[in-house]
Design a protein around this ligand. Sequence first.
Ligand code: GJV
Length: 422
Amino acid sequence: MHQEDEDDTNPPEEFIGLSDFTSCGSYQLSFRAGDRMLVHTKTSADWWWAELGGLCGYVPSSYLKQGVEDSYLKQGVAEDTSEDPWQDEEYFGSYGTLRLQLEMLSDRARTEAYRQVILTNSAPLRGKVVMDLGCGTGVISLFCARLAQPKAVYAVEASSIAEYTETLVRQNGCEEVVTVFQGRAEELELPGRVDILISEWMGNCLLFEFMVESVLQARDRWLREGGMMWPSGATLCLVPCQALDYYTERMGFWEQPYGLDFTALQSLAQSEFFSRPRFSHLLQPEDCLANPCDVITLDMLTLHVTDLEELRGQFTFVVEKAGTFHGFTSWFRVQFQSLERDKTTLALDTGPYSEPTHWKQTLFMLDRPISLLGGETVSGTILLHRNPIWRRHMTVTIQWSISSTEETGNCKVQTKSFPMWR
Ligand code: GJV
């Protein structure tokens, strides 16, 4: 009997997730692309019973591919997924849509900043060769051609929007100066080096998406000795802040919805809403509890790709006025050094004291709000740790302690890590 049973049972087979799957019922099992799971029973053609990390549930068979054989698996590396660690297909696919291009173009503060840089440098730009990396619809290249007299502008764009960029260049009468290169900057072949590398590469919390790596590689390959990078510098800023509305909406809600006590859901709310940063937060200046601090500064001429793996910064904030410390908010500022000596450096600031941009700010919520008194200090460090597998992602770790003037004891060091997104 027992013997027969064993003969009937097929050994579980190893499968790998092809893309993310989110369960929509208690019998289904969520997984991410690249996850390896054991399929115990092929219940139907579409749904299989599988195990992942000790949990069992149904998974859609079409989301899976056969795992590689055992001996290979034992090497135990997650990198053996068919998924691209840069997720370029998805990344460039989204930039091929007008929705994203419109979002960037209609961001006046952003687009005007680049226009101003070109306008105020129009005289020294004369006769220069410019590369516009990630040109999208070509707006920066067109500003160059229209507002200055460069010798050539190489407009580089990997997404399918580049198919239109060439038409836009022609329709605006700039085809003599601007040449569109459709493809990844990394695979670019140019007639020669450039004098200026201009790019709008900044992501949320400055580095997210890590397009900056493409810019640094292009710099090392195509920028001539003594050439200019625009932006020439970048700064990550941080401030401790109140975020009462957001806190109330996501956490306070459970206290008494419809007169009921739903506080049992608060720990779930904390992990669901506060463990990752909130992009698109608009910080009101009055919610800043201290003067913002520049925590990380990058020099675009000397920064190395390897520096991006781990960037650290420090802060000390003196609390300006009493309030509730809900979290930290970050944003960035980029500088554009002038091509002429002693001329002013222009800047694009995405912070709460400047005109809002499409980046808005990034909010990092604490697990629990803390009351702060004027004069107390919040000091610590911030670490941006690039994901070693998913190259466009990173984890932001903030470590802080609070010390009051009267030493009431609150000075325990706290740490919280925020994946962004993997
Ligand atoms: N090569 C060519 N185009 C690129 C590359 C690359 N390596 N990386 C990004 N782009 N500020 N976070 C393009 C992308 O398709 C998009 O049109 C633009 O650059 C991104 C600009 C805004 N993103 C950002």
